[in-house]
Design a protein around this ligand. Structure first.
Ligand SMILES: Nc1ncnc2c1ncn2[C@@H]1O[C@H](COP(=O)(O)OP(=O)(O)OP(=O)(O)O)[C@@H](O)[C@H]1O
Ligand SMILES: [Mg+2]
Length: 512
């Protein structure tokens, strides 16, 4: 039986050639997009392939996805036939054989193999499709979107000199994350593309001058970019590759109006990528309107899951006991340990860090009320180990990659459960191990039912008191439903936000 089959597989050039002879040259297909670029992952047309071979390839790559990497791919195309799922790449060479400059950079940093999300995101992105990529914290999502972005820009039919503006835009929720991504961009520099970080608190005039001098890649927080856009100081029409890193946080924290305005200026046939380690249901519907028939790639589960290399410990305490607990934790830190202590409010960050300083400890603090210069210095001190303790608000919960953090200490429980997962993920990055210690008070009881499955999913111990807390909260919720609200939290701590099941707080209540 002879069937016509399209296989998109970065690595299978060799394999197909050996199976089918030399006439399987990659071809570019526009797919309705502005010149999507197929790497060596070109859509290879395997015409007249025997059914058995097709079946073999399907099973082979299905097994590779499932057994080795637990990768899942959903085609979110609305209506029409499902598309063939691009096969994952097992090595860097399979994805980037035709891009020696990228291979050189990868060799230089010494990575051994693609992470699961990279192995599936690269073929999808190189085939020109939109992508939602969800994978645990610290699993290389940044390179998953950056490298195909470089290739995408290089593959544009319009010569670079005629772009009239940048080709790639990465939006992130925080300035620190934007700066970090820009550093990554520079580290893996490609074809001399120039990148710039546009963020509030940074030198506005300097940023404008740099934009005017010509940049290829913009990494920005939505607010400042909006400001430059509204004042016609940046042209966004030239952008063909758009990334929303930590997409759920940006959509959930009230950046949506700014993002909408930014998107008005970006051509609709762009390629769009959204990434995060968490994908709450309230954001899923919203996200779809930003993408065009995306593929969704997730590793493991779409349920909330903390990175599995981190040991999570939950301690139930009284509010007034917290300081003693944190002091005890610090006393027991080893010289090589490095810890980030998360608190709920900016004032608490100041208060706790000055307390620790008064005790003679070298500490830095990071929160939204600090001057930008001080914020950057605090993070630098921490990264370069001049201090080994950083007291921070949720400003630091997303994306920051400080490889040698050994401990996350949640002094206050975060305001929503997704941030718990991201905070925990500041340690245990790229396969390293780490520990997270979380203090939970009775005021946090509404979080207990959501926290327990996260602990169970990664095989962590669930304290009996937490189970009781969750039961009490569920009972309270049922009673509230039956007898009306009565307001507040029923005498056992109230909900501090609008709750789950939809979009939560607006921007102003998200100030960290
Ligand atoms: N293939 C790889 N092999 C080993 N390390 C890698 C690989 N790809 C990326 N890394 C490293 O892993 C670390 C984490 O990467 P990255 O910050 O992109 O993670 P992330 O998935 O975006 O995490 P988060 O959800 O916290 O934002 C970085 O230091 C990066 O250099
Ligand atoms: Mg990231």
């Amino acid at each position: 039986m002879i069937i016509r089959l399209q296989v998109r597989f970065p690595s299978c050039t060799h394999m197909c050639r050996s199976v089918l002879g030399q006439d399987t040259e990659p071809h570019l297909a526009s797919g309705g997009r502005l010149a999507p670029v197929f790497g060596s992952g070109a859509a290879i047309s395997l015409s007249f392939l025997d059914f058995n071979m097709r079946h073999f390839l399907f099973l082979y790559f299905y097994k590779h996805r499932k057994d080795n990497n637990n990768i899942f791919v959903d085609d979110l195309m609305e209506g029409g036939e499902r598309r063939p799922i691009p096969n994952p790449c097992r090595t860097f060479l399979e994805a980037f054989e035709r891009y020696p400059e990228i291979m050189e950079n990868i060799d230089r940093v010494g990575f051994v193999r693609p992470t699961p999300i990279q192995s599936q995101a690269w073929p999808v992105l190189l085939s020109g499709e939109d992508l939602i990529a969800i994978a645990q914290t610290g699993t290389g999502k940044t390179l998953a979107y950056l490298l195909p972005g470089f290739i995408h820009m290089d593959g544009q039919p319009v010569p670079r000199a005629d772009w009239g503006g940048p080709g790639m835009l990465v939006l992130t929720p925080t300035r620190e994350l934007a700066l970090q991504i820009e550093t990554e961009c520079k580290k893996y520099s490609y074809k001399g593309y120039k990148s710039i970080c546009i963020y509030g608190g940074g030198d506005r005039r300097g940023q404008i001058n740099l934009v005017k001098s010509g940049v290829d890649i913009v990494i920005a927080t939505p607010g400042r970019l909006n400001d430059l856009q509204m004042n016609e100081l940046i042209n966004l029409f030239s952008i063909t590759y758009l990334v929303l890193d930590e997409a759920d946080r940006m959509l959930d924290m009230g950046f949506e109006p700014q993002i909408m305005k930014i998107l008005l200026d970006i051509r609709p046939d762009r390629q769009t990528v959204m990434t995060s380690a968490t994908w709450p249901s309230g954001v899923r519907r919203l996200a779809k309107s930003y993408l065009k028939n995306p593929m969704m790639v997730y590793v493991g589960t779409l349920d909330l899951a903390a990175v599995d290399t981190v040991q999570q410990t939950i301690t139930i305490v009284q509010e007034e006991e917290k300081k003693a607990f944190v002091m005890d934790f610090i006393r027991n830190m080893l010289p090589q340990d490095k810890a980030i202590i998360f608190v709920g409010k900016k004032i608490k960050a100041d208060d706790l860090s000055s307390d620790l300083c008064l005790q003679g400890l070298a500490v830095q603090s990071l929160h939204g009320d600090r001057e930008q210069r001080d914020r950057e210095e605090a993070l630098k001190d921490f990264k370069e180990s001049r201090v080994r303790i950083l007291v921070a608000t949720d400003l630091a919960s997303r994306g920051l990659d400080v490889h040698d953090i050994t401990h996350v200490f949640n002094y206050d429980f975060p305001r929503n459960i997704e941030e718990y997962v991201h905070r925990v993920g500041r340690t245990g990055r790229a396969g390293r191990s780490g520990a997270a210690i979380t203090l939970v008070t009775r005021e946090d009881w509404r979080m207990a039912p959501e926290l327990i499955p996260i602990l169970e999913r990664s095989g962590q111990e669930v304290p009996h008191e937490l189970v009781l807390m969750a039961e009490r909260y569920e009972k309270h919720k049922r009673e509230k439903l039956m007898y009306g609200s009565g307001g507040g939290g029923g005498g056992y701590g109230g909900r501090r936000d609008g709750g789950r099941g939809g979009r939560r707080d607006q921007a102003q209540s998200w100030k960290f």
